[in-house]
Ligand binder design. Structure first.
Ligand code: ATP
Length: 233
């Protein structure tokens, strides 16, 4: 469904992506792992068309996306849930969620709001609360919920576990799995390789802008190098 081939991205002189190729098949969860500065967020920003490549191709359903605007990428069903949540702090939970549906013209928005609240009962309890007063974990749920309101075919999730207590990380990952089982494909950027590999089908490991390793998540979990470098032994 989504295919990047040989993508190179520069920030000035910094060669951030050095010819990466990534595929996300319909219905799958694909993890993008790697240490700080490896190029994970850059890859998601590239897919959302927030930064432009020097070379390479990018296709969705066999059609090039390289001339699309960020807004048209969203309309194609690719929705980016950025790092650090970025909720609108002075708006309520409900207003934030509704804002996620701003580009939709269909009439099923109320239905989807109910669906999103069924994934996140904590948000349902806080529907009229200002987003800025939510806890970090609740803000993360709100950011994911807002992305879902755009009705993604592919959800790009940037570090959903960042800064959260382990119990909340487990909760969020279980919800991500449910979202996928309900039909949304997911490209998941994570530093928590253990958790990411436990829910994903396939994974890529980025190192200095290159794909150092890729494979089925199960196989990578048993790979000695991955265990040593990313899974703590
Ligand atoms: P982290 O897990 O720390 O967020 P990452 O794998 O997501 O890391 P990126 O944020 O994609 O890494 O960064 C890749 C490289 O590009 C890094 O060397 C970074 O310093 C550089 N970079 C990222 N954004 C910019 C920018 N706006 N200007 C210049 N260099 C940048």
């Amino acid at each position: 469904m989504l295919k990047l081939s040989n993508v190179h991205v520069y920030y000035g002189h910094v060669h951030a992506l050095r010819g990466i190729s990534i595929t996300v098949e319909d219905g799958k969860i694909v993890s993008l792992l790697g240490s700080n500065g490896a190029g994970k967020s850059t890859t998601l920003k590239f897919i959302s068309r927030l930064i432009h490549p020097k070379n390479g191709s990018y296709e969705m359903d066999g059609k090039s996306m390289l001339k699309k605007s960020p807004g048209n990428v969203v309309k194609s069903g690719i929705i980016h849930c950025p790092e650090n949540r970025r909720v609108f702090p002075l708006f309520t939970v409900e207003e934030n969620l509704r804002m996620g549906a701003y580009s939709r013209k269909d009439k099923n928005i109320m239905e989807d709001l109910e669906k999103v609240l069924s994934y996140f009962p904590r948000l349902k309890e806080r529907i009229k609360q200002k987003a800025g007063t939510l806890s970090g974990g609740e803000q993360q749920m709100l950011a994911i919920g807002r992305s879902l309101m755009g009705k993604p075919r592919i959800l790009l999730l940037d570090e959903p576990s960042l800064g959260l207590a382990p119990i909340l990380v487990k909760e969020i990952f279980a919800i991500i799995k449910r979202i996928n089982q309900d039909g949304t494909s997911i490209l998941l950027v994570e530093q928590n390789a253990n958790m990411a590999l436990s829910i994903s089908d396939y994974a890529y490991v980025l190192e200095n802008g290159n794909i150092a390793l890729e494979g089925n998540s199960k196989d990578l979990r048993n790979n000695d190098e991955v265990r040593r470098l990313y899974l703590g032994g």
